[in-house]
Unconditional design. Structure first.
Ligand code: ATP
Length: 244
């Protein structure tokens, strides 16, 4: 078994009056695509933000490659991750500039930045949009820019929080195919939140079902879909039977 890349241990995140995430232990393994599903408000985004170190948990520990992430190391570790959300949050500049911004902030040379921007625009089939203002893009185009902007950072882990949920079906299918090819070619570990069982089934090898801030079942995607436990069945049961 491979050493986990990220381990969450005894994580507790609570608001004043209730727990929103409670995870005794959860591991993310290098090279895997992990799906996260659960009802609205279950804690999926909170789990993603905790693993991506966007929020440090009030209680509990995050380990990265076996080392405890501390206030001191958090920025350095976070730099190895990239996050793409449902809203692409592009800046009011061209597509090229949007994709370049992460490397600019890392003070890379103009030559390196241009080469990498060209490469990732090609991969995501948006080279023809290079000079276009990002705020004028369609939803599908904007999401391609968003993903190029994440992948140009060559992240060790790519976190995707419902990136395709607002896209029409053909656009979504094409983008899913493209991103699956990219993460497998680059061997990028991926955490993928989705409400869509077909997306999870297509994209992930392992999945976790989260409800009420707790992981109720985790295992290979095929196994969770074919043998959901009582919690998972209450959420995906009917639907997974239709698909399997
Ligand atoms: N900063 C916060 N302060 C207070 N409550 C919060 C905060 N962030 C999240 N919550 C609450 O924690 C719970 C989990 O939220 P989270 O966004 O993680 O759920 P989710 O599973 O991603 O939901 P959805 O599918 O609707 O996006 C929700 O009830 C939410 O209202």
């Amino acid at each position: 078994m491979k050493e986990p890349l990220i381990v969450l241990e005894n994580i507790n995140i609570r608001t004043r009056d209730r727990s929103i995430l409670s995870i005794p232990r959860f591991e993310l393994f290098p090279g895997e695509a992990l799906g996260v599903m659960g009802p609205n408000g279950a804690g999926k985004s909170t789990l993603l933000k905790t693993m991506a170190l966007l929020d440090l948990p009030g209680e509990g520990t995050v380990f990265y490659r076996g080392k405890k992430v501390t206030d001191h190391s958090v920025l350095d570790v976070r730099r190895r991750f990239a996050v793409a959300l449902q809203q692409s949050l592009l800046l009011d500049m061209t597509v090229h500039q949007n994709i370049a911004i992460g490397l600019k902030l890392r003070h890379r040379s103009r030559r390196e930045i241009n080469m990498k921007v060209e490469h990732w625009m090609e991969v995501f089939k948006i080279s023809h949009l290079a000079r276009k203002q990002a705020l004028h893009l369609s939803g599908g185009e904007a999401q391609r820019v968003n993903l190029a902007r994440a992948m140009i950072l060559e992240p060790e882990v790519l976190f995707l929080d419902e990136p395709f949920s607002a896209l029409d079906f053909p656009t979504k299918v094409q983008l899913l195919k493209d991103i699956k090819q990219v993460v497998s070619k680059t061997n990028t570990t991926t955490v993928f939140i989705s409400h869509d069982l077909t997306e999870i089934k297509y994209f992930t090898q392992r999945m976790a079902i989260i409800m009420g801030g707790e992981i109720k079942q985790a295992g290979s995607t095929a196994e969770v879909l074919s043998e959901p436990n009582a919690y998972a069945a209450s959420f995906i049961g009917e639907w997974s039977r239709l698909l399997t």
